[in-house]
Design a protein around this ligand. Structure first.
Ligand code: PLP
Length: 382
């Protein structure tokens, strides 16, 4: 069986989630209906709301369900912009396209907040930028992810939130990759809004959520019925939401186990580094199951395809929706230059074993050795 190390693209569905999804689909019912079936469906949605909110230390009333992480990010960014008090948006240099492209689509100027070589946002830069903030810039608004999807690097969100609060600004946090993999507490982080996605933690695709604090007024993107307290119209995806809730419960229960991944990942990383791979984000705090390496003269696409042929599924930086592999923008932002074209991401999660990481390292080393031998032969013939 193939080794699946692409949890950051999408995690395999957890059996507990699958079970409740099936039950919800079989039962049917619209949560807005007042009859018994409707009430059961409503209970599923509200139970899931409690579970998902608990995963990030929020109260259930502070959570609105969405159609995924992308929509949750958009709902947050567009709501803050709708306040009319924002004139520009600062986004971390390694943010996901869901954040960057949404920020750009608002039509406001988007400023990039740089990261250091480890991929960590530079707090001194933010301090200086906020010091120079003028009235013409409006209220400061920053988007900073909690954990990066390619490198797993964890950002100094709490510090950024404190700085923004002092400056009278807002902070949006994309926690899509962090939730369920590390402990997340929205109050401790100080985020005004926090985006979540079910499929990164073992729930179904196409379901997400936005946690919002008292300082933010949510402006609905969709208009129609009064679902989600008028914040997200449309009949709820009851089965998907129930699956999200079940996955969140199990993820919270098993959080301590998730940390085991780091030991297995680091053992694999050490073997790859000996063969010349550079570990991106090394030295920074990272998600336990994410490994991003960059290798000179070994294009990402070639690595991914070679590993796939040998039964190991990983990705080239971010999983690209177009199916094309571009050099990693995240590594480019970290100053990797041409090395960014040789980026590879392996990401484990709830069902990943030590053997999976060992097998990944075995196969990568074999593929890399083959490539090196080919290179030597070509040079001999030249
Ligand atoms: N934010 C981050 C950091 C992600 O990794 C992803 C998914 O790749 C998203 C947002 C988008 O989430 P979804 O696929 O649920 O729309």
């Amino acid at each position: 069986m193939a080794v699946y190390l692409d949890h950051n693209a999408t995690a395999p569905i957890r059996p507990e989630a699958l079970e409740v999804i099936r039950a919800a689909l079989e039962a049917g019912g619209n949560p807005s209906s007042v009859h018994a079936s409707g009430r059961v469906a409503r209970a599923r949605v509200e139970d899931a709301r409690s579970s998902v909110a608990a995963l990030v230390g929020a109260s259930p009333e502070a959570l609105v369900f969405t159609g995924g992480g992308t929509e949750a990010n958009a709902l947050a960014i567009e709501s803050v912009v709708a306040s009319g008090e924002v004139r520009r948006i600062l986004v971390g240099a390694t943010e996901h396209e869901a954040v960057v492209n949404t920020a750009r689509a608002t039509g406001l100027p988007v400023e990039i907040w740089p990261v250091d070589r480890r991929g960590v946002a530079d707090l001194d830069w933010l301090a200086a930028r906020l010091k120079g903030w003028g009235a013409e810039d409006g209220r400061p608004f920053v988007a900073l992810m909690l954990a990066n999807n390619e490198t797993g690097v964890i950002q100094p969100v709490a510090q950024a939130a404190a700085m923004l609060r002092e400056a009278g600004g807002w902070l949006h946090v994309d926690a899509v990759q962090a939730a369920g993999k590390i402990a997340v507490d929205v109050t401790a982080l100080g985020a005004d809004t926090l985006a979540l996605s079910a499929h990164k933690l073992g729930g179904p695709q196409g379901v997400g959520g936005l946690i919002y604090g008292e300082r933010v007024r949510i402006t609905p993107r969709l208009h129609g019925g009064g679902q989600e307290r008028g914040l997200r119209a449309g009949t709820e995806n009851v089965a998907g939401i129930a699956g999200f809730g079940a996955a969140a419960d199990v993820a919270r229960r098993d959080l301590a186990q998730a940390a085991d991944q780091a030991v297995w990942r680091d053992a694999a990383a050490a073997r790859l580094a000996e063969a010349g791979a550079v570990v991106a984000g090394e030295g920074a705090e990272r998600l336990p199951g994410t490994l991003c390496i960059a290798t000179a003269d070994f294009p990402s696409a070639l690595q991914v395809m070679s590993l796939d042929l040998d039964g190991v599924q990983v990705s080239a930086g971010a999983a690209c929706s177009s199916g094309k592999v571009k050099p990693s923008g995240v590594l480019a932002a970290m100053g990797y230059g041409e090395l960014a074209a040789g980026a590879l991401r392996a990401s484990g999660g709830w069902n990943t074993t030590q053997q999976d990481w060992d097998r990944f390292a075995d196969v990568w080393l074999a593929v890399h050795a083959r490539r090196t031998r080919q290179g030597e032969r070509v040079r001999e013939l030249a």
